[in-house]
Every structure is written in structure tokens, then in C-alpha cells.
Design a protein around this ligand. Sequence first.
Ligand code: NFS
Ligand code: SF4
Length: 649
Amino acid sequence: MGNETVAVHERVSDPASLQVLSKAGVDCVETCFDRADLQKVTCKFGTGGICCRICHMGPCRITAKSPYGVCGANADTIVARNFLREVVGGAAAHSDHSRHLVLRLKKVAEGQGNGYQIKDSRALYRSAKAYGVETQGRSDNEIALELVDLFLAEFTAQEELLKTLSLAPEKQQAWWKTHQVAPQGIDRMIVESMHRTHMGVDHEYRHLLLQAFRTALADGWGGSRIATMASDILFGTPVPVRSQSNLGVLGKNTVNLLVHGHEPELSEMLAVAVRSPEIVQAAKDVGAEGVTLAGICCTANEILMRHGIPVAGNFLQQELAIVTGAVEVMIIDVQCCMPSLPQVAASYHTRIVSTSELAMTAGATHLPFNGDDPLESAKAIIKLAIDNYQNRDPQKVVIPSETKPLVAGFSVDAIKYMLGGRYRASFRPLNDAIMQGRIKGVVGIVGCNNAKEKLDDYINTLTEELIKQNVLVLKTGCAAIASAKQGRLTPETALDHAGSGLREVCEAVGIPPILHMGSCVDNSRILEAATEIVREGGLGDDLSQVPAVGVAPEWMSEKAVSIGCYFVASGIDVILGHPFHISGSENVSHFLNEQARELFGASFHVCSDAKQATEKIMSLLDAARGKLGIDKKAERKLYDMKDRRALDV
Ligand code: NFS
Ligand code: SF4
């Protein structure tokens, strides 16, 4: 029943998490895994999406005996409305994050950087070119100011379509217009969706679902894409970088500071501040060897990609990190930070510090991040951690020895450069390898962990199987961290675990068969990579023709729902490890899982395990290859120097 407990090894898969979750039991600390047991009996109305609490004549629940809510809404309307509201939540989270970055860029361009600067002029020029901003004879700040105005107009546009849509292949843009899902301003899409789902407005399920795709497109080809561009300009476009992952990155004799959440602004400053002589000295003064900065979730991905700062863990490891007893301060900001953290921290000396003006958590110390003096803000928090070092109780400390090496930092620019070399940077060698069948296709494995499922298990089993079958895997978010912890984000993985075709390409180019492309907003990089493949030629003229699939094996957040929708609307099939809350409406399920294909050339598929997902993915890739006429079995021959040269590296 509800309070059955599940064995630790059924909960987590990596040795570090196993060790620390067992310790949580010994320390009598409750974690999300315990609470998942207590929440096990889920409500069938919630799961089916057929509970409506949009007005106060309800809540109304749809059953065979009562097929209509008080207002007359049926299951289709209620399910579609709830679904659209989830997409709105996800799109809003990504896009508001994006807005803050654009506003930061604006300040910098106005000469009020306060320690921030335009770090990557090439990224600025790239974006300027994409939007037709004149660069000749202008300073970086002038260019940035015009770009910022364009970015901000993407949020506020009332009647014009998003300009960023023009970065997509032309066919996608045409389909979006035909099916009336091309979004106007990001903010308008979000407000309009909330309006449409108010009591008594939009009731037709297809119309609501089209708005879900439209809102999601405003995220993927709007908010998220702009967030990635703005952060590359401000903080640098990632290039391959080595680092370490898992809870073992915490230092035994250092002050441990974990940064968790999503906004890169503060963490960028922490990465700088932590190296300052004054901080190092302060740490030594309290008897520590120095300060260890590491990350959890997507903020970890941001500073990993740009600074090689180690990753302590992904979503379901946030509480476990504290249970090591070795964390002086955990900084949280927005998104995916569990409200339980201060409760877990109460059993240890750890202090939870919330830094976003948007987000407070009961029991956390609130130190809103001051963008006018970011370096001082960062130093103040590090000093708090240093002061707290003396409160660490050695009796309570267990730091697992487990760490794994990794290579991350695969922006589209970096991939192009690696494939084609500095002077001929291009996706050509990848397209050729796909056309010749050495690589079967490209699969993006993205998204979260979910306490209902064994941590990382589905993600890693699927990844393993796909690279064996010569599929190049692109990763972001917590799914990327799962591979990192397994030691698979290394070039050596190609030798030991990839199929022969994929191995040859990876060896020749010097890349891992699994490419870490960043945080969840950086899923825009996956869209960008797929667009590059189309532009390079030979693999169709729109995204739905490319042998490419997206997968969210262990997803949990509304952001993941939005990401899934913009992938599908962009013509990329999406496999979900577990279904949306839509089973209460056959029509809605049918629309998302089948009919979407008629509109966009792609749809959702639910595969409950990695084996089923592998089969589905391979059949989707084979079908795409068949349509392109590149399905003939490639001659298997030894890969000689001539072939290597043909790869243009
Ligand atoms: Ni993505 Fe990043 Fe992780 Fe899921 Fe949360 S951290 S933005 S939502 S849990 S992948
Ligand atoms: Fe019930 Fe309709 Fe109100 Fe929803 S909007 S709670 S279905 S009366």
C-alpha cells in the first residue's frame, strides 16, 4: 500500500547515490524517495487529466456517470486545457529566465556591466548576423544594444510573428504559418493561453492543443533560443572542456559550496570569485585547503560548459548532496530546487541560501543577488560557507569516492569546428557519415529524473543501446549528467561502447559518442544542430526528414512538456518514458500521439522502458532513412587513411 518502502538499489543506480541514500536512512533523514512511497497511490483523475479546478463551481471530475463538469466541459476540453496550462508553465520558466539574461546584456551594452561584459564578440556577431543587425564600423556595445532591442521585442511583440522563427528551416516556418501555430510575442502567447483556459473561453480540444504547440514554439524558437544566445554573448560560447562528476567531487578538506538551480548570472561570478586570493586565504584561515565549487542540475551544466566546474549531481541528488554532511552552503535560485532542502539541511550544518528575488523557501537564508555588485554578492556567500566550515561535524561526513571524468562543452559552433576544422567548420562530415550509414541518425536524450523511477536507469540503458547501434547521442539537462556519472561523456566511450561506424567517426574527429550540449534552455542548441544538418544538404529540406528523434526518458517538469511540444512542432518525433496526464481523453491522446504527424511530420510516442524505446527509435530512424533513400546497407569495409582524409579533419 501507500507506505511500502522500496529498496535503495531500486531507487538509484550509481554507487555514490546508493551509498548516500543508505546513509540518509541511517541518519533518519527523509528524502524525496521516501515521500514518493507515501505518494504512491495517485489519483486517477489527476493522472488522466480529468480533474478541473479552473472555476469555483468545481472542482469537477469526469467519470462514466458524470461525463460533464458543472459548466458542461467534457473530458476533451478539460484534458486539453490542463495540458496547455502545463506548457504555459514550462514556456514561462524558460522565457522568464531568458528575459533576465537579455536585461543583463542590456545593462552591459549600456556601459553598466558592473563586472559583467561581452565576453564573446564572435557570438555577438553571429547573433547580429542572424537578425540582420549591422556590425560594420560599430562597437560591440552598439551592436549589442540593437540586438537587445530585437530580443526584448520578441517578448513584447503584439501582432508580428517572432523574428527568431526565421532561424528554422523554411519548410518548418511555412508549416507553422499554415497551421496557425507561428507564435507572436512570447509574453502574449503565455497570457493568451491563460486567457483561453479561463472558465468559459476556448473549449475545442484541437484548438487548445494547437495553442499548446504555438506557446511551446515561443519557448523553443523564442525564449530558450534567445537565452542561449544571450548567455553565449555574456559568458562565452562553450568549447570542449574536461571535468569530473558525481558526489565524490566534494572535497574532504575543502569548504564545499554547491550551486543549484538555473540562472547562470550568479554562478558565473562565483566561478570567478572562488579563485580570488582573498577567498583562498580566508579558507586557509579556517583550516581548509581551499574552496570547492560544484553544481547541481542545470546551473551545474552552465558553469560546467563554460568553466569546467565539476558537477555534483542531477535533480534527484540535490538532497543526497546535503546528506554527505560535507556541504557548507547550497545556493538555490529558480526551478527544480526542492522545498525540502532546508529540512534535510537541518540534520547537518549545511546552510541553504536562496538568491533570486523571485524565489524564497521557508527555512532558507534569503540573500537576494545584487546585480549591481555581483562579485561582492558572490564573495559574501562564499564567506558564509567559509565561516560555516568549522561547524562541519566529521562524525556525520561520508563523501563517496565515486567521481567520473567527462568532456562537455559541445555548442553547435564547437561541433562544427571539431567536424570541419578551424577554416572549414561545417557539419558536412556528419551528414556524410549519416548518409553512408556509419551513423544511423541523431537522438537527443534530454530532461529530468523522476522520483517514481530508478535514478538514471532508463536514460543510461537507452543511451548505451543507442550508441551501440551507431546513433550519435546529443544530451542536455539532467539526462546529460546521468551519462557523466556513468563515465560515458569521454572520447574513450567510443572505443569501448559505440558501434563500429559511430566509433570510426568519433575516433577520427576526437569526440565522444555522447555530446553534452548544456542546460535545458540549451535544447535550443539541439534544434540549431538539426537545422545545420538540413542546411548542409543531403538529408532532406526540413527537420521532419532528418533521421533524428528526441527522448525524455525520466521527465517530470512542465518545462519538459513544453520542450516535447516544440520538438514535435519542429518535426522531430519525441519518445516519452511515461505518458502525459492525458489518458482521460482519447481524442487528446490521439491528437498528440498520431494526428500531430499530419501537421508537423512528427508526434509523441510513449515507451515505458529502454528496450521498447530503442526499438521505436531505430524504426523511426530507419523509416526516415528509407524515405531519404539512404537505407541501403552501407558496405562494411575497413576504415583506411583515405576515408579518414575524406572526413576532412
Ligand atoms: Ni531541465 Fe534543468 Fe533537471 Fe529537469 Fe530540472 S534541472 S531545466 S527541468 S530536473 S532536466
Ligand atoms: Fe467544473 Fe467547468 Fe468550473 Fe472546470 S470550468 S471547475 S469543469 S464548472
